[in-house]
Design a protein around this ligand. Sequence first.
Ligand code: HEC
Length: 158
Amino acid sequence: VKKLALLVVVAISLFASKGKQLFEQKCVFCHAKTPPATMQEREKMIAPPIGNVLYHLDMSFKTADEIKSHINSFVMNPTKEKAICNSVKRFGLMPSQKGVLTKDELNQISEFLTNIIIYSKNSHKKRKGCGGGCAVGAKKGGCGSSGSKGGCGCKKGQ
Ligand code: HEC
């Protein structure tokens, strides 16, 4: 989970898009971009950090389309039955964002969030095998070998 959270931060800064902007305007107030560092901050959270949400969506759905349509449906009409995350118990149900944003805006946000999941998955795969080269922003040494500068530490073709 920690790894994914890190990647989420990297990915959020990579996808400079309208969806990102909207996410920061409409969602970050409740869903932090990074998990809080201290216990006190953690206790003050009013919703799960977005990385945790994405992690659970990734585990529960197979395709990007499923993830997208779940976000679209949940944000406008959240119900306990729909919720994948276990967080309803702790935080209560998310309030519907109907009226806060248009369907089109939501679509851009869910596209942005789905891209983060896909990005995190791909770069994880790449780091593991060193097959397809190194993901942007991946940590040096991630592949367990010394290598070219700027990459994640693996030599070409390794
Ligand atoms: C007023 C606070 C608040 C705002 C604003 C908010 N959320 Fe939430 N959200 C929550 C809480 C609390 C939960 C956890 C409880 C739940 O699942 O209902 C949650 C859960 C979620 C989930 C998990 C659904 C699941 O299946 O468990 C998603 C996805 C989500 N939010 C997306 C968004 C997006 C996208 C936005 C911005 C458009 C947003 N939220 C804005 C409070 C908020």
